[in-house]
Design a protein around this ligand. Structure first.
Ligand SMILES: NC(=O)c1ccc[n+]([C@@H]2O[C@H](COP(=O)([O-])OP(=O)(O)OC[C@H]3O[C@@H](n4cnc5c(N)ncnc54)[C@H](O)[C@@H]3O)[C@@H](O)[C@H]2O)c1
Length: 285
């Protein structure tokens, strides 16, 4: 169902890599709601070639950028204004990467060069995007900027590693910049904290399948899909949420407010019974 929520709105969508990417779904949804936008990703991502299909489908131009480079961001935002014919209304930052996670470095044995890279790619790039946009006066009043976060910013989740620190920083940047941008230009800055989702980045976290099963059992509404995240992003880019800013908005079927659910408890009990039968643990363990 389309509501024309973004009719006449212009934007930039960072981070569509393939059909599974959350940014891919946002681009498709924003297009169907009447928005026009540019797409941006790294040269490496562009070599995979799938983004061309999205560009064609949505009538978008692709602009290459490493989001850690201020120069590249100036190019993306400047060229987007030229291509789209003036100031823009929304930006999606859907970017994340940890070499420590990729290389299996544990949190108490981090490689610090990788750690800096994690923070730069996954969090500081959001600050850089906002700062460049503001300096170029690229966003219309009442515009909306969204970055994607994860509940590991607030609660420790096994194996999420240094990405948890990046997400905590990302959410803090949304608050700090949201104040300045809101005060001066009425521009909204928020993060959406999404359920675990099977994307290229998601699959990089070892054990994501078990985590997805656990959060599904724990969430009264079930996990939120990438398509549902796209719906939420569209609402946040629309004029229906003009006074929402500096928030971390959970989009997780209720997971973040749960302690234990009946469905998760049932599965936990089954595993305990199984482990006792197998002699792996006793009642005293
Ligand atoms: N998948 C999940 O479980 C989940 C849950 C909550 C939040 N998120 C967040 O959603 C966002 C999008 O991830 P996704 O799950 O769609 O995975 P994805 O792998 O499809 O997207 C990650 C994107 O980041 C881009 N990227 C990496 N380094 C970059 C750089 N230097 N400059 C520009 N772009 C760069 C990649 O090319 C890719 O397009 C990330 O911030 C991720 O942390 C994901």
């Amino acid at each position: 169902m389309n509501y024309n929520l973004l009719k006449g709105k212009k934007g930039i969508i960072f981070g569509a890599l393939d059909h599974d990417s959350i940014a891919w779904k946002v681009a498709e949804r924003a297009h169907s709601e009447g928005a026009t936008f540019t797409l941006s990703n790294t040269p490496l991502a562009l070599r995979f070639g799938e983004i061309n299909e999205l560009a064609e489908k949505t009538g978008s131009t692709i602009i290459m950028a490493d989001a850690t480079s201020v120069e590249d961001l100036e190019k993306v935002i400047g060229q987007s204004m030229e291509i789209l014919g003036g100031k823009i209304d929304f930006i999606l930052h859907s970017i994340g990467m940890s070499m420590n996670v990729r290389k299996g470095r544990k949190y108490d044995d981090l490689d610090y060069d990788y750690y800096h890279k994690t923070l730069d790619v996954s969090a500081i790039s959001f600050h850089k995007t906002l700062q460049v946009a503001r300096k170029l006066d690229a966003i219309n009043d009442w515009g909306s900027v969204i970055a994607l976060s994860y509940v590991a910013a607030q609660r420790t989740l096994f194996r999420y590693n240094d990405m948890a620190d990046a997400k905590a920083m990302l959410e803090s940047i949304a608050r700090s910049f949201g104040y300045i941008y809101g005060r001066d230009k009425k521009i909204r800055v928020n993060t959406i904290s999404q359920s675990p989702t099977l994307t290229t980045a998601g699959k990089g976290v070892k054990g994501i399948d078990s985590l997805i099963d656990f959060t599904e059992r724990m969430s009264p509404l079930g996990n939120a899909t990438a398509d549902e995240c796209a719906d939420y992003c569209v609402v946040m880019f629309s004029d229906l949420t003009k006074k929402v800013t500096m928030q971390n908005l959970y989009h997780d079927g209720g997971f973040s407010s749960m302690g234990m659910s009946y469905r998760a408890m049932k599965m936990y009990n089954k595993s305990i019974e199984h482990a006792i039968e197998e002699g792996e643990i006793t009642f005293d363990d």
